[in-house]
Write a protein that binds this ligand. Sequence first.
Ligand code: GDP
Ligand code: IMO
Ligand code: MG
Length: 402
Amino acid sequence: MNAVIFGLQWGDEGKGKITTKLSRDFDFVVRYSGGSNAGHTVEYPDFKLIHHLVPSFDVRANVKGYISNGVVVDLGVLKREIEELMSKGIEVENRLFISNLCHVVLPFHKLLDEKLESVKGSKAVGTTKRGIGPSYADKAHRVGLRLCDFENEIILDEKLEFIAMFYESVYDISDISFDEVLHDYQYISKFVISPIQFRKDYRDASLLFEGTQGVLLDVDVGTYPYVTSSYCSTSGVEAGFGFPVTVDKKIGVFKAYLTRVGEGPFPTELYGSEGEVLRRVGGEYGATTGRPRRCGWLDLPLLRYAIEVSGCDEMIITKADVLSGFEYVKVGVNYRLAGRKLEMPYNLQVLSEVEVDYVKLPGWKNLEDSNFDGFLKFIESEVGCKITMVSTGPRVDDIVER
Ligand code: GDP
Ligand code: IMO
Ligand code: MG
């Protein structure tokens, strides 16, 4: 059995925690897209991990991790993550595998990320500045550096020289050094594997694909151009993994409210003290950049859209405990423009102008409260998809089935 866990919103839905919880039933957790822009926080009873590149497998269980072709890898970030795991006594060798077709994020990708943002001015995306866009752009321009390029010194030297020339000519970025990357590669080389070898060794393994970001940040179906540069919806699974694969279950994760880091329209956003309350009680600060997350009410037109384009089979709700004690919660149920109802518009100008129809539902004291059950049933009936599990707190085991 294979499954995918992915975000139904603009990221940070709690995918890492849910992936860790469910990973015990699989042989591998597989990352298929994104890079170190992802920040997946996993709270174990005694310690906390923030995964940027290492898949969120339960470190206490017999489950392994594979970083597949679709991921862009910052070798320094990966090395630090591996070191942190090992410092906690967690076994990583023979447990983490990285495809040699992965592209490498290079130091000047981060410089270029900043430069592009600054040139865009008021149209900046608000990226994580982790060099993700430039790394995927190099891949598309066919000048990217892949892990397999490190295997032959002559080919590597040629390639590095070519990349330095390309960056100087096209982007006016000079004084490029690869020393750090070469040094970090030495450390991670023992984890690198050809995808064919991985397939051969683990043909019958059950795979849990771990999404990064969320459907609304997908480069094709998200709120373009305020998106990331990869296919983070479910359609990215096969492309990123690099082999045809049957995904038996598509499990979408969503928060009981909504957050967004970075720019772009956000129809149900709460401003001022209202937004601040959600940010404070929900601890809504980026796991990668520490930036305050923009907060707002749950938006059902966006959720319906995300379910439709991802083919979501079932949903898991997180962070409803954050709303415990609120007198009421609001849910955006429809958009309206000039009095006419509409579903999620692709035109971002329209999305930024829509008015939202809200329903106000009674709050709940705790997650056993019948008002909370009413909230879940309301969402299910509005979006036509079942909520199979409720995450009740940040720790891995804080979760109940419905
Ligand atoms: P991800 O990127 O989707 O993995 O999510 P992040 O880790 O960036 O952000 C989710 C945050 O919420 C993390 O700090 C989690 O520990 C925390 N979290 C996850 N599920 C719950 C939940 O049900 N309740 C509460 N209070 N916190 C949660
Ligand atoms: P996880 O996996 C939330 C956002 C950035 C920015 C846009 C583009 O933890 O949910 P990028 O650096 O990718 O070019 O930035 O995407 N973004 C995320 N927002 N969670 C993430 O990952 C994100 N990864 C990227 O804030 O708006
Ligand atoms: Mg995150």
